[in-house]
Design a protein around this ligand. Structure first.
Ligand code: ADP
Length: 190
């Protein structure tokens, strides 16, 4: 079973993705995690990625597509996957469609977690207060840029799926348990 999970930064996507991979025995393909791995490796590519990511801007579609293409061919995707943080631009969504067609892969659920902007900023401020080991891009200023980028580049992707009647919206402002229950109800038992 394949899922695309959308949500603005701070929506709790990562938390919910962890529950889903356990429950449905599928893997999570997080482009953010993959990029952070590339940065850790200390390569030249990694250095240029960190300059972009630390500002909260988007990495080029070309880089993202090459990472995704490589991962999607791996055996551990065969039982299903959650695409997390991807596609983030209309161009990525179009290229994903082509890729999935060519590999005869079907996406079963396209889900967005909705959260009001003010609440997102609250959440991130709290995270920043509680946790000293925060990501370089988890400061309030950068978060605001990431929200702006989400609105500019990713809302059109949501509209793209909505127009195809594929988008399922779940209220991400409920408790963690309620959000996961809504997800389980949407997906059902497999
Ligand atoms: P978020 O908490 O916003 O979901 P992610 O971990 O998904 O954060 O992504 C962190 C950063 O990695 C983004 O701000 C962006 O710079 C880069 N990134 C991740 N996925 C993509 C993508 N699909 N396209 C372009 N850039 C991406």
């Amino acid at each position: 079973m394949n899922i695309i999970l959308f949500g603005p930064p701070g929506a709790g996507k990562g938390t919910q993705a962890k529950f889903l991979i356990e429950k449905y025995n599928i893997i999570q393909l997080s482009t953010g995690d993959m990029l952070r791995e590339a940065i850790k490796s200390g390569s030249e590519l990694g250095k240029s990625l960190s300059l972009i990511m630390d500002k909260g801007d988007l990495v080029s579609d070309k880089i993202i597509m090459s990472i995704i293409e490589e991962k999607i061919d791996k055996d551990d995707c065969k039982n299903g996957m959650i695409l997390d943080g991807f596609p983030r631009t209309l161009n990525q969504a179009n290229e994903l469609d082509e890729l999935l067609n060519s590999k005869k892969i079907i996406i079963d659920y396209i889900i967005e977690l909705t959260v009001d902007e003010n609440l997102l900023i609250n959440r991130i401020e709290k995270r920043a207060e509680e946790n000293l080991d925060i990501r370089n891009d988890d400061t309030v200023d950068i978060l605001k840029n990431r929200i702006l980028v989400y609105k500019n580049d990713t809302l059109p992707v949501l509209k793209y799926y909505k127009d195809k009647n594929r988008l399922i919206s779940i209220n991400g402002m409920q408790s963690i348990e309620k959000v996961s229950n809504d997800l389980y109800k949407t997906i059902g038992e497999v």
